[in-house]
Design a protein around this ligand. Structure first.
Ligand code: FDA
Length: 311
């Protein structure tokens, strides 16, 4: 693994840095490149703007690995209120949640109960909900909670990671039964026994898995929408070529990207008639998430360095 990526992913786990770095104005300024603002209102306003340009959205409140029951309740309540706001303002958006933000480190049962509550409210608000995939030690519990929630609520999608060796097996029944699957490369620091280590291997596996998701789109013509969450222009072009060869129309799959990344590619895809959804993060707990964004493209560190020099 590239040294800079390794250092940045290690920094993402530092509680000291998470507490201290956000206090500096330069770091708050740098993070603005990847999020429109810290408040739910900032995110929803941006969703409205995107909708006006024919681009979908999905919002997520930053935060992970909470350590108390009361924090988990607060996160659940926040999402329930957010869903009320989404319904009241008729903003066409989705929600994305991390299970460790709902207390997965404390109790699987409580987390499942919170997830059921959010999925029920999201069905009422007409805003489907996605479950993020976190580091490999959470995959089994995430799959379990996903399956339990999905058994009662159809409007729940799941993220799967191409860098994990196990994902091809995990996809088995998910491809037959799930209505929404989001394929990502994977953002965490993983050991070689859990995950592919080189970009070349991850990209190759991403394409392999993407073809499986597309094949399901070809055969399951109702109620299934695969989402390819990547900014990788090569992979996106390959996916589009394969979809065309397989006779899958552009409205039967979608691309997802992060707010502020590859914006010209985002605009081009939307202009060419592809479905695109942009993930917008908000909230004050952005440190670990921001370190992972820097790790994805270490050249971003120069952007931070310039912000420091300007401060
Ligand atoms: P790759 O990292 O190879 O980047 C391809 C190109 O895109 C780069 O060459 C660069 O030009 C550009 N690029 C990528 N990242 C950039 C950045 N940060 N800044 C500037 N340019 C950048 N992961 C996970 O483990 N669990 C999850 O639940 C999710 N959820 C999720 C949702 C959505 C909607 C997206 C888009 C991504 C995720 N991810 C995720 C993150 C994902 O695993 C991955 O880390 C990033 O998408 C970066 O990988 P790419 O596929 O973009 O390829």
């Amino acid at each position: 693994m590239n040294l800079m990526r390794s250092v940045l992913l290690k920094a993402a786990d530092s509680k000291w840095l998470a507490h201290n770095l956000p206090r500096f104005a330069f770091s708050r300024r740098a993070v603005r490149r990847f999020m429109p603002g810290e408040e739910l209102d900032d995110a929803l306003s941006e969703c409205g703007q995107l909708a006006g340009r024919g681009i979908g959205s999905v919002i997520t409140r930053l935060g992970e690995n909470i350590t108390s029951v009361s924090e988990a309740h607060a996160v659940r309540d926040h999402y329930l209120e957010a869903l009320n706001d989404i319904a009241r303002r008729s903003v066409p958006t989705h929600l994305s949640v991390k299970l460790t933000q709902l207390g997965l480190d404390i109790s699987l049962e409580e987390t499942a109960t919170h997830m059921h509550a959010i999925a029920a409210a999201s069905a009422e608000a007409g805003a489907p909900v996605w479950i993020d995939m976190e580091s490999s030690r959470y995959v089994d519990t995430t799959l379990e909670i996903f399956r339990r929630t999905r058994a009662q609520h159809e409007n729940v999608g799941l993220c799967v990671q191409a860098y994990l060796h196990r994902t091809a097996d995990d996809l088995g029944d998910l491809l037959q039964t799930t209505t929404a699957l989001r394929l990502v490369k994977g953002a965490y620091k993983e050991a070689p026994d859990a995950a592919l280590q080189s970009k070349k291997q991850v990209d190759a596996n991403y394409l392999n898995l993407a073809l499986q998701l597309l094949e399901a789109a070809r055969t399951r013509t109702v109620g299934y929408m695969p989402a390819f969450a990547t900014h990788d222009a090569n992979l996106i072009a390959l996916i589009n070529t394969h979809a065309q060869e397989m006779g899958i129309p552009r409205d039967r799959y979608e691309f997802q990207m992060l707010y502020g990344i590859q914006t010209s590619l985002q605009q081009k895809l939307a202009a060419d008639g592809y479905r695109l959804r942009v993930l917008i993060s908000y909230g004050s707990a952005w440190f670990a998430w921001y370190m992972r964004r820097l790790a994805e493209r270490p050249a971003n560190v120069w952007f931070v360095a310039k912000s420091v020099l300007r401060s």
